[in-house]
Design a binder for this molecule. Structure first.
Ligand SMILES: [Zn+2]
Length: 246
């Protein structure tokens, strides 16, 4: 499917060295007061940042960098063991003031455009559904985008990304400071899904940050870094569906 867009070329890109086709679709919010301000920054050579696209709140799509090239949006990141996330991803900036300037709901017209654009990208490059993720997923503790108001379920219902429902079991909640094999198992499961975390068995600051990132995406009503029974159940359910999704 062809999505109409307005060209706003950015000089901030290089080659996808070592990567033939992107296999991650990475979603951001702009975190600036206006779309114009964000587009100006993403196309300013001095800023040294970019993305492939920006989607305004009214659904207008701006194109900055051709998908075959490497845009600069992920920074220090990791997903499923890969760390050069810019080299292997297509990045979409979604206009929203963000947590700093007045985080608000994403309008329907904007999400419709993200879905159409995202589906076309996923189809073009055969991006696995589990690699349709947010900046916070690849940079826990450093980034909170696109955040807990982003309608991941709506995207998944439209065929973009993975969403599961799971009922809380009887697992004891795990929180900062906890130690032991249950913590190691939780960390291993998070790493299995893709998060950059080691199974140390200690529920340290990094673990809190990763659990928060997980919740921001998959259990949005409560983002507190505590791996309660529901959070653990959702993680297990996600891992269980990986066998049957691309
Ligand atoms: Zn970002």
């Amino acid at each position: 499917m062809q999505v109409k867009h307005i060209e706003r070329p950015s000089p901030n890109f290089d080659e996808r060295t070592g990567v033939d086709v992107p296999d991650i679709l990475l979603l951001h919010y702009t975190g600036m007061r206006t779309c114009a301000e964000a587009v100006a920054r993403l196309t300013d050579a001095a800023a040294r940042v970019s993305a492939h696209y920006t989607v305004d709140e009214d659904g207008t799509v701006y194109a900055h960098v051709p998908e075959r090239l490497r845009a600069w949006h992920a920074g220090v990141s990791s997903w499923r063991g890969a760390t050069d996330i810019n080299a292997r991803s297509v990045g979409i900036e979604i206009v929203n003031p963000g947590h700093e300037f007045g985080y608000r709901a994403f309008p329907d017209a904007q999400i419709d455009a993200v879905i159409a654009l995202g589906r076309a990208i996923v189809a073009r490059h055969r991006v696995p559904q589990r690699n349709v993720i947010g900046h916070s997923d690849v940079a826990p503790g450093r980034k909170t985008e696109p955040g807990e108001l982003f309608p991941w379920k709506r995207l998944a219902d439209a065929g973009l990304g993975i969403w599961v429902e799971a009922r809380a079991g009887s697992e004891a909640p795990l929180a900062g400071g906890a130690m032991g094999p249950q913590v190691a198992a939780l960390q291993a499961a998070l790493a299995d899904y893709g998060y950059g975390i080691d199974a140390t068995g200690a529920f340290d600051e990094r673990t809190v940050a990763v659990v928060e990132a997980f919740q921001r995406h998959f259990r949005q009503r409560q983002v507190d870094g505590v791996a309660d029974a529901e959070t653990q159940a959702i993680l297990q359910a996600l891992i269980a569906v990986l066998d049957r999704v691309a």
